[in-house]
Design a protein around this ligand. Structure first.
Ligand SMILES: Cc1cc2nc3c(=O)[nH]c(=O)nc-3n(C[C@H](O)[C@H](O)[C@H](O)COP(=O)(O)O)c2cc1C
Length: 365
């Protein structure tokens, strides 16, 4: 872990996308630190069973860090309980022109407008398959699925990703919330979801028809949803799930197009999605609302601005069964994961809980 302390400040001298590429390359080539035995020791207090999967603790890596599933083994070695690979698009595409990622260091935030740069499903599925074959049981992998920018049939893109990845990933994510693909967020409307969800659920059901458990299907939403939109989405999701063949959970949420007044960094007016600390309050409020609107019936993954055990605790209290992060990991490096786990455990114990699941949603009731 200490290697990052030396390298981290050097990485920050590089343009952010270059630094990210270098980190991923090092992780993919076995140059990453791994947890010490103390860090790796499982704390049963933090373990939970969600969608039939055993999570050793609730902290995972959010989508977008390992878009092409290049470094899964190394990321589990850093201590994440689960890693969400992607977003992957069916066909390879380059994404938006550079620069497309900006550090807002004073705000501990990032703005990105990558626009789904992806090597495409073939390469992605091959790596997921290889990971599954060589590292069974090493960690829980999510496959975050997107659509190609110029696709005429978004639902077909998502259904294709589901069919391809259902047997390779532990859960699947329909990402309709990235702000950098024109028209993508329109798919979040109740009307569009009514058409999209049955198609992706049917693809999942067909891919899992050989018996055994169905791969859980999650929907990743934006934090920029008005109350009426949240209500409409919750209604469609509840309806789709009532027949036992639909969405199994929600991820809340993606980056925000809003720009809080508090931002100080010179890049604050760049176009794209804002992540990191300034996203915490907004995404936690939307999370709490979805927990209420879905009556606690769906496991939710809380993501947005988590950088401490206390933040993770507040996400859980707001309704998250699991928590993800990206931006704080980019700023603080791998040691952050063990710190969050330890502090979260202390906070839960101090408040008298006997396991993490007891605290899920207590602030949303
Ligand atoms: C550089 C960057 C790229 C991202 N790419 C994706 C992506 O491809 N798919 C996705 O669903 N979310 C993507 N995200 C959003 C994150 O998964 C997460 O939802 C968001 O950043 C909020 O979490 P954070 O504040 O901990 O970063 C990206 C975020 C960043 C910073």
């Amino acid at each position: 872990m200490d290697a990052y302390r030396a390298i981290g400040p050097l990485l920050r001298l590089l343009p952010p996308e270059t630094a990210h590429g270098l980190s991923l390359w090092a992780l993919g080539h076995g140059l990453a630190p791994t947890m010490t035995a103390g860090d790796a020791a499982a704390d049963p207090f933090l373990a939970s069973r969600v969608w039939g999967l055993e999570f050793p603790h609730p902290i995972g890596l959010a989508a977008g860090f390992d878009k092409d599933a290049r470094a899964l083994g190394a990321l589990f070695g850093l201590g994440f309980a689960f890693v969400e690979a992607g977003t992957v698009t069916p066909l390879p595409q380059p994404g938006n022109p550079r620069p497309r990622m900006f550090r807002l260091a004073a705000d501990e935030a990032v703005i990105n407008r990558f626009g789904f740069n992806s090597e495409g499903l073939d390469a992605f599925a091959a790596r997921l398959g290889a990971f599954r074959d060589t590292s069974p049981g090493k960690g829980i992998v999510g496959a975050n699925l997107g659509r190609n920018r110029h696709s005429a049939d978004a639902a077909a893109d998502y259904a294709g990703g589901v069919s391809r990845c259902a047997a390779l990933a532990d859960y699947l994510v329909i990402n309709v919330s990235s702000p950098n693909t024109p028209g993508l967020r329109d798919l979040q409307s109740g009307e569009h979801l009514q058409e999209l969800l049955p198609r992706v659920a049917a693809a999942r059901d067909a891919a899992c028809s050989g018996g055994g458990a169905k791969t859980p299907l999650l929907l990743k939403l934006a934090p920029d949803l008005a109350l009426q939109e949240r209500e409409a989405i919750a209604g469609v999701v509840m309806e789709s799930a009532s027949g036992g063949s639909g969405i199994d959970g929600l991820i809340i949420g993606n980056t925000t197009l809003s720009r809080p007044q508090t931002l100080q960094s010179r890049h604050r007016h760049e176009a794209g999605g804002l992540s990191g600390r300034p996203l915490f309050d907004l995404s936690t409020e939307v999370l709490r609302d979805f927990h209420r609107l879905t009556e606690g019936r769906f496991p939710l993954i809380g993501v947005g601005g988590v950088s401490s055990g206390r933040d993770a605790y507040l996400k859980i209290r707001a309704g998250a069964s699991l928590v993800q992060l990206y931006t704080a990991f980019a700023y603080h490096g791998p040691a952050l994961i063990g710190r969050i786990r330890g502090d979260l455990s202390d906070l839960l114990r101090a408040d008298g809980y006997s396991c993490v699941t007891e605290a899920v949603g207590v602030d949303a009731r």
